[in-house]
Design a protein around this ligand. Structure first.
Ligand code: AHR
Length: 499
């Protein structure tokens, strides 16, 4: 295969990478909360009932904004059920997922977990079966100083200081017929606008995510977003974007090309944001909150049953899935000026990088790309110009064999490169037009013997990132040879003298 050149300039900057792009998502669904992060019966439980093994593994991902309590679950959730003495909390039907919710884990437990994990809480209010007033009351509970009924309730429940939750989603996927309280766009938008106003009246500093299209295949895709943004107006700081990807035909090369359609989805919804801003002649621009994303299909496709554990939505992730996860992250970095928040859905057991089984825990393939990017996420994203071999994918058009992104952090240049070729190695040269690459600070590689290889409880270390010796600095350039089906995360030292 011919070599690929990645040309960068320190002056061609896309934007500062918002650290909230490395967020996660915890939903009351299956074994995500109970048996996942919260498991008082486990040998690993700490004094609060949080699983220390799961928390320690999640710390390696250094996640930022943590979305909670759903997802679909949020559209039927009444937050008052989940606060106060545990023995007084009601056990209710979770109508979104047709399960039973004991409410033993709620707002205060989640905040405590966030504080311990250094996560920024991001709540989704119930705009399915809930009211604007219920949402505003939740903001009062979390953010107001003592002296009014819900703030005093928080104090009574053990937290004198406000929880200071600044990031809130105005409902979840209300464009979808599966959603509790699903309505046409205009109806949702009127409800969201009223809610947003009331929430900002309680705390003017909250940032709000209006509910955008739940996927590119929705019949109302883009039109829903336009209507919502026009009606919610300047009260919407962000619009949500969701995407779960699939490999329906088992074609690895095609699956790995999905990044071009993620790029496109971001650009389309951003175009809607700009169009509405122009129509409204507003100074306020809504940015993108890509608050659900992942690979999710193994459990949905009976033809390829792969199950990681005993609960619903428990996917067993392959090497190709991990490379697609890396592709999502490359795409977010390439749109750092637009994507300000993103949440990997989800964090444990449910479509997750970590799975528990009793007291045992397994790290899945998709854990590694997230960790490799997260430790190199600070700085400004540079425009990556790729020249080299390309292929025609069945569903996503012509794409470069190497998919790339880059972040400049002072003298450090982080480069992320995926070799999508199934059989051949890819030679990569990194050329900085106004600087010289003078050394390699660190480099890691994730690869494996074939696209469908997985980690299991019996063989947990088949896939893991390892030191990448084949990344070097020579003649002012970075050079690397990526094996087939591989992700390299490389940090080069850059000399900008004379630039
Ligand atoms: O993450 C699983 C589910 O996927 C979420 O609850 C919902 O928002 C989406 O459809």
């Amino acid at each position: 295969m011919d070599a690929t050149t990645l040309t960068l300039s320190t002056r061609f900057q896309i934007g500062e990478v918002d650290e909230r792009v490395f967020g996660g998502f915890l939903e009351h669904l299956g074994r995500a909360v109970y048996g996942g992060v919260y498991d008082p019966g486990s040998a690993h439980a700490d004094e609060d009932g949080f699983r220390s093994d799961v928390c320690d593994a999640l710390k390696m991902l250094d996640m930022t904004a943590m979305r909670y309590p759903g997802g679909n679950f949020a559209s039927g959730y009444h937050w008052l059920d989940g606060v106060g003495p545990r023995e007084d909390r009601p056990t209710v039907q979770s109508r979104a997922w047709h399960t039973v919710e004991t409410n033993q884990f709620g707002t205060d437990e989640f905040i405590k977990l966030c504080r311990g994990m250094d996560w920024t809480p991001m709540f989704t209010v119930n705009l399915g079966t809930g009211t604007p007033e219920e949402a505003a009351d939740w903001v009062e509970y979390t953010n107001a100083a003592a002296g009014t009924v819900y703030a005093d309730m928080r104090v009574e429940n053990g937290s004198t200081d406000p929880h200071d939750v600044k990031l809130w989603c105005l409902g979840n996927e209300l464009d979808g017929p599966w959603q509790l309280g699903h309505v046409p766009a205009r109806e949702y938008a009127l409800r969201a606008r009223q809610t947003a106003k009331m929430m900002k009246d309680v705390d003017s500093e909250v940032e709000l995510v209006a509910c955008g299209s739940s996927g590119i295949t929705m019949p109302t895709y883009a039109e829903w977003d336009r209507t919502v943004l026009e009606i919610v107006g300047d009260l919407a700081d962000y619009i949500s974007v969701h995407r779960y990807v699939d490999n329906p035909s088992g074609d690895t090369a095609d699956f790995l090309a999905v990044t071009s359609s993620i790029d496109r989805q971001i650009e389309e919804i951003d175009a809607v944001c700009r169009c509405v801003q122009a129509k409204r002649r507003s100074e306020v621009r809504a940015y993108l909150s890509f608050d659900e994303w992942n690979v999710w299909f193994h459990q949905r496709r009976k033809s390829r049953p792969r199950k990681a554990g005993s609960g619903p939505l428990e996917e067993l992730y392959t090497l190709e899935d991990a490379l697609v996860v890396a592709g999502f992250l490359n795409s977010f970095l390439r749109h750092a000026d637009v994507v300000k928040i993103a949440n990997l859905a989800q964090i444990v057991n449910v479509i997750a990088p970590i799975v528990t089984h009793g007291d045992a825990m397994l790290i899945q393939s998709i854990f590694y790309p997230f960790a490799m990017f997260a430790k190199r996420r600070r700085g400004v994203s540079l425009r990556p110009v790729v020249a080299g071999p390309a292929y025609d994918s069945v569903n996503y058009g012509r794409v470069h064999t190497v998919d790339a992104s880059a972040i400049l952090d002072g003298e450090m240049l982080h480069v992320f490169a995926i070799n999508r070729d199934v059989t051949e190695a890819a030679k990569l040269a990194v050329d900085v037009s106004d600087g010289e690459i003078v050394g390699v600070e660190s480099a890691e590689l994730l690869t494996g013997p074939d696209a469908l290889v997985v980690n299991t409880f019996e063989a947990p270390d088949v896939l893991r990132s390892c030191a990448f010796e084949d990344a070097v600095a020579a003649d002012g350039r970075g050079r690397a040879t990526l094996p087939p089906l591989a992700l390299a995360a490389m940090t080069f030292r850059l000399d900008k003298t004379g630039a």
